[in-house]
Unconditional design. Structure first.
Length: 653
């Protein structure tokens, strides 16, 4: 009966509610309206006058009060925000953030109990709650968040189901490693547990030939709260959901605790009449602040990684030395040494490899198991990152050896205690000058700006699945046309791809077979954004891969100054442009069952300028040639199924 009453309230609000106040984006295209319906607050969002979200509920339920009903909107203050900031490790290095902030004060029985803080920028709407003390109560538990998102009728979804806890390999789920279903219907709840952020929706447009888009996510999650998921209530009505009880082997509460006054993380809604706003948004970083100063200027860049091709057996001294030589030959900055290095190489010989790498100008990243007691993953080193004493001892040793960073794997869920572990690892690692990559993990939520030594997270069906499953190889192009619009829009994605082997095996003769082209591999090195990229290349590629492909992979940047959406549709194809310094690289891939031919305009290149074009023929054989743009700065691209295209200045950075 409770669910029915909520739905009746939503239906009634559509009919009779009116807005108590509104706020617009600086360019006037986004309009947020907030109103009350019989003591219950709601909001709605339009873009160019078209509905992005219908009347959607607001409020939180805590153990010191239910702040979802019997509320009075007592006061609203609004002001304009303007901030400029710089970051080397996100999609845009110089950000000019402008927004309208509205703070709505709510009373209950004459007492100020809750603020809802809204931000409206040119691409995004965001909100969070500020909860106030009640009498002498200075802490609370947030039992439920009623934040809702009611999409218009006819909306379709591009969602990633949240895994059930304690499943999958060694009972390590959930780890945000499930498949998206493009253009699915609303009214579903994944595998019964809702959906992992971010969540993309295609919203009907007034024009039958176009689409509107909505991306829902969250940012600013740290050890003071849990991470959340999106639950379907009914039809096109979704709501914030807290973690599942079974996560982390049942350790910890699913409900976050707050000191009062306290603030929840930001709920973000990115909207647009094209996918440009989705691809180019910086909202995860606009709303947060650094939690500490960087202990040094961290070195990003490219690296190699033996495990993706050679698996556990490759984690030996001789092979890692060979990969250090390979990284040096490629001009790369690092080598990632994966699981079991403590047993198969040992601490003393790792120190020897670190010294050898330093001579070659190559730093080391070391893999660690995060585990304490939340799953059965046996890979070592284990029992280090979960314990502050052991963790700091290990990090001190790494600092002395000149280790560049760590990759920490196999986390246990999204509860508040696990969010605190992420934060503790990052804070300690910064003290010892270490970059941090997370795997088998949650989605990053503004962490690039919050934690200056944070590099990237997996939180996606990454390249390891290409080794394990031919089905993943068959679907590689499909997934590559989804990630730039969904997962990678909100944070760095450590995918570990761009393989040039034909097979995922050390001898390049057996195992799962790559279905995509070499140009496709080059394109994903640009499409997938992460400031540290450990590519799935192998030393044999120096002689068995096309020289033009190796030359490109030597030069491709991993840090960018700007991104521009050119064309695409999630699950079919994508074409983006990224800028590093004054050089632009345009990259595209095609997952459609038919070859794609398109004429695209490239205003980032001067009219009649000469560009290098990497492209495939119908048999996915790649080549590179120079082409002169016309006066309109246009070029026609032909991309076969599973193929790619890369267009760049004749001289890369």
């Amino acid at each position: 009966m409770k669910r029915i009453s909520v739905l009746l309230w939503v239906f009634a609000s559509v009919i009779c509610a009116w807005a108590d106040f509104s706020a617009q984006s600086p360019d006037g295209r986004i309009k947020l309206e907030v109103g009350m319906n019989d003591g219950k607050p709601f909001y709605r969002v339009t873009y160019d006058g078209q509905a992005m979200l219908a009347d959607s509920p607001l409020g939180v339920v805590t153990n010191v009060g239910d702040f979802t009903h019997d509320l009075e909107l007592s006061e609203v203050s609004q002001n304009d925000l303007h901030e400029q900031y710089q970051m080397r490790n996100i999609k845009q290095s110089q950000v000019n953030y402008e927004a309208r902030e509205a703070v709505a004060q709510f009373n209950q029985k004459g007492r100020h109990v809750l603020d809802v803080i809204f931000r409206v920028s040119n691409r995004d709407v965001a909100f969070r709650y500020r909860i106030y003390p009640r009498r002498d109560t200075r802490v609370c538990v947030v039992k439920e968040e009623k934040s809702g998102f009611v999409l218009p009728d006819g909306t379709t979804t591009f969602l990633c189901p949240q895994s059930k806890p304690m499943g999958g390999f060694a009972r390590t789920s959930p780890s945000y490693e499930t498949s998206y279903t493009p253009d699915d219907a609303t009214g579903k709840n994944g595998w019964g547990e809702g959906y992992s952020f971010p969540c993309l929706f295609r919203v009907p447009s007034a024009s039958p030939s176009s689409n509107n888009w909505v991306l829902i996510s969250e940012t600013g999650v740290d050890g003071n709260y849990c991470a959340s998921r999106l639950l379907n209530v009914k039809d096109s009505y979704y709501q914030i959901g807290f973690p599942q009880q079974g996560e982390c082997n049942g350790i910890g509460s699913v409900t976050p605790a707050l000191a009062l006054p306290g603030e929840t993380p930001w709920r973000t809604i990115t909207v647009g009449s094209t996918l440009a706003n989705i691809v180019e948004t910086t909202v995860p970083f606009d709303l947060v602040r650094p939690k500490y100063e960087a202990s040094q200027e961290y070195i990003y860049g490219k690296g190699s990684w033996s495990w993706i091709i050679g698996m556990d057996a490759s984690c030996n001294f001789d092979e890692q030395r060979r990969y250090i030589d390979f990284s040096a030959a490629m001009g790369y900055q690092s080598v990632l040494i994966d699981a079991f290095w403590d047993r198969q190489i040992g601490y003393e010989r790792i120190a020897e490899l670190a010294r050898y790498g330093k001579e070659k100008g190559v730093g080391l990243f070391l893999w660690y198991n995060s585990n304490g007691s939340w799953n059965d993953a046996p890979q070592t080193p284990i029992g280090k990152m979960n314990n502050a004493i052991e963790r700091r001892r290990e990090m001190r040793w790494m600092q002395q050896m000149g280790i560049r960073g760590i990759k920490v794997d196999f986390f246990g869920g999204d509860k508040q205690n696990m969010m605190q572990l992420y934060e503790d690892i990052l804070a300690d690692a910064n003290e010892f000058g270490l970059l941090v990559i997370f795997h088998g993990c949650t989605l990053p939520r503004g962490w690039e700006r919050m934690y200056p030594n944070y590099a990237a997270s997996e939180a996606v069906l990454a390249s390891e699945n290409l080794h394990f499953s031919q089905g993943s190889c068959d679907a590689e192009a499909l997934n590559a046309t989804l990630h730039p619009f969904i997962r990678n829009t909100v944070g760095a994605m450590d995918f570990g791809g761009s393989a040039l082997n034909k097979f995922y095996s050390a001898d390049n003769q057996r195992g799962t077979r790559r279905r995509t082209s070499d140009v496709f591999a080059l394109a994903t090195a640009v499409l997938f954004q992460s400031p540290v990229q450990h590519f799935a290349l192998a030393p044999n590629n120096l002689t068995d891969a096309p020289s033009w492909a190796i030359d490109f992979m030597k030069k491709v940047p991993t840090t960018w100054d700007e991104v521009k959406f050119i064309d695409g549709y999630p699950g079919k194809y994508v074409i983006l442009a990224r800028r590093c310094g004054d050089k632009w690289i345009v990259a595209g891939v095609n997952a459609d069952s038919k070859p794609m031919k398109k004429s695209i305009t490239l205003p980032m290149f001067a009219a009649k300028s000469v560009v290098s074009v990497y492209s495939d023929d119908a048999q996915l054989n790649g080549s590179v040639k120079e082409i002169k743009l016309n006066k309109q700065q246009q070029i026609t691209v032909n991309i076969p199924t599973n193929g790619g295209v890369v267009i760049c200045s004749a001289a890369l950075p």
